[in-house]
Design a protein around this ligand. Structure first.
Ligand code: GLC
Ligand code: CA
Length: 539
């Protein structure tokens, strides 16, 4: 049965989504920077991988202080990525291939070069003054309160022209919008409508849990009394942020088939409970939320079990989970698995989990070929965080290096000079090389995605754990009325025995260690080191 023609197939629930960092996916004009025409040229690759939607990090007009997360015009494509015509072509061509397009929407702040901010900063009585968060200092130049930025330092900047401070939760070039203003939300929603009207299928909502701040601007409590460490009580997860998330849901629901994914920014170990607060109970919340706990989990079956279990338990009625291992802000997952041994095997176990769990899987570009973090020499660092904190923290560039398509110089990414250096392993790690190798990670992802597409239970079945990972193996069922799938994941490098009592045998649908189509008997199974096996239970 073709799931895609099934009536209730919902792309953002049952499909697989791929996150593109546009700077690094494919360059088309030799300037060393990925662009829209480059993405268009790779749609065939995404289709073959089995992708149903792409989320593209920001491509709006931007001074690029934070690589596009500082927007100076929400209705324009930055020339570095191409033109509006290119973008419209991307939507058309993607849709022709059955691939939906999700944009990144940055609501918390704009660039300080955005005309709104320039106006707002021009005088205290400018009509847009209150679109941003301006406050008097304690003593003129002393900040109004103790709020700190997660990128370090004070979250306020004094502006001598009007003698007030403005709030910037991130860099000072990213002034925070005021979501408590009466006018701003409506104005901002018009920017979103602009893209929805053009046919964009949804938005990833950047730090949606940070957008509203305490009305009274109370000081955040300190952690251990250290001013640099604070509990973000008054700067995150205010009721108003959740209310705005609900308004965004209403807005997108006035169009057909659109989606929203909230980035619920929480430090390790992530916070499923908080992420769940933003999700739809009925239709009062957004469609999906990243809770980050799988990203922050250590390599241990029981830890993963706890993340998954907590996440599902906290979902509101009707809420739908999504799962993710990597993104553009953190180290690549393959290098987070500790000890740097058996990384490829571990990547196969982790991705089998990601693609067989309940919830929408999100892949980060290059994850499917096991791209590694790249060590970037100091002089080539581009991320402002890396520049600021080198060598203590070398920034996020390491997980943003160009996609490795072929083993040619620059990996088929560009004919020019790449904006960030490529990983040194391009001769041994590329799409081209892995396409030809049936045992490659790329084919592992392709096969799993294909399997997921043919299985109703994997797409929408319930999740019923059999073991909680304490013995190093994680096993669970995915069930519908007509289909029962068993997933067995060995997170260790040792053989593990495992028996299932209520069922006798099943057919192997997918395995890193066994032949598919063969039968597997569930008594006294010996599960191989880093084995990942998916079975259709027969009896
Ligand atoms: C989000 C983005 C990150 C950006 C920050 C500020 O966390 O993922 O890349 O720097 O917001 O916009
Ligand atoms: Ca380019």
């Amino acid at each position: 049965m073709n799931m895609k023609t099934g009536e209730s197939w919902i792309w953002w629930k049952h499909g697989v989504i791929y996150h593109i960092y546009p700077w690094s996916f494919q360059d088309s004009n030799g300037d060393g920077i990925g662009d829209i025409r480059g993405i268009i040229s790779r749609l065939g690759y995404l289709k073959a991988l089995g992708i149903d939607g792409i989320w593209i990090s920001p491509m709006y007009k931007s001074p690029m202080v934070d690589f596009g997360y500082d927007v100076s015009n929400y209705r324009e494509i930055d020339p570095v990525f191409g033109t509006m015509e290119d973008f419209l072509e991307l939507i058309d061509k993607a849709h022709e291939q059955g691939i939906r397009v999700i944009l990144d929407m940055i609501l918390n702040h704009t660039s300080d070069q955005h005309p709104w901010f320039i106006e707002s900063a021009s005088s205290r009585d400018n009509p847009k003054r209150n679109w941003y968060i301006w406050k008097d200092g304690k003593k003129k130049e002393r900040p109004p309160n103790n709020w700190k930025s997660p990128v370090g330092g004070n979250a306020w900047r004094y502006d001598a022209t009007t003698g007030q401070h403005y709030l910037h939760s991130f860099f000072e070039e990213q002034p925070d919008l005021n979501w408590r203003d009466a006018e701003l939300p409506g104005v901002f929603f018009d920017e979103m409508k602009f893209w929805l009207d053009l046919g964009v299928d949804g938005f990833r909502l950047d730090v949606i849990n940070m957008i509203a701040k305490d009305k009274k601007f109370r000081d955040n409590p300190l952690v251990l009394g250290i001013p640099a460490f604070q509990k973000h009580l008054y700067t995150r997860n205010r009721k108003r942020s959740i209310a705005i998330a609900a308004m965004i849901r209403q807005l997108t629901d006035s169009y057909e088939n659109r989606t929203t994914i909230g980035e619920i920014y929480a430090p390790p170990p992530g916070d499923a409970k908080t992420a769940a607060r933003y999700l739809a109970k009925g239709k009062e919340g957004i469609h999906l939320a990243f809770d980050f706990s799988l990203i922050f989990s250590i390599w241990n079956a029981h830890s993963y079990f706890k993340c998954i279990n907590t996440w599902y338990k906290n979902l509101p009625d009707g809420g739908w989970p999504c799962n993710v291992l990597s993104n553009h802000d953190l180290f690549r997952s393959i290098d987070r698995f500790p000890l740097r041994t058996n990384r490829e095997e571990k990547a196969k176990v982790a991705s089998t989990m990601l693609l067989t769990l309940k919830g929408t899987p999100f892949l980060y570009y290059g994850e499917e070929i096991g791209m590694h973090n790249t060590r970037i020499p100091k002089r080539q660092i581009r991320d402002p965080l890396g520049k600021r904190y080198w060598p203590v923290f070398t920034g996020r560039d390491k997980a943003r290096t160009p996609m490795q398509w072929t083993k040619e110089p620059n990996a088929g990414f560009t004919t020019g000079i790449p904006w960030l250096p490529l990983n040194r392993d391009i001769r041994s790690r590329s799409v081209r090389q892995q396409e030809g190798d049936p045992a490659s990670l790329l084919n592992h992802y392709r096969n799993l995605i294909k399997l997921r597409k043919t299985s109703e239970a994997l797409q929408r079945g319930s999740w019923n754990p059999v073991t909680n990972g304490q013995q190093g193996i994680l096993t669970y069922f995915r069930n519908t009325d007509d289909e029962r799938i068993l997933v067995i994941l060995n997170f260790t490098g040792r053989y593990k025995s495992f028996s299932l009592h209520e069922h006798t045998y099943g057919k192997i649908l997918f395995s890193t260690h066994r032949n598919t189509e063969e039968f597997m008997y569930f008594q006294n199974m010996q599960i191989g080191p880093y084995e990942a096996t998916v079975c259709l239970v027969s009896e």
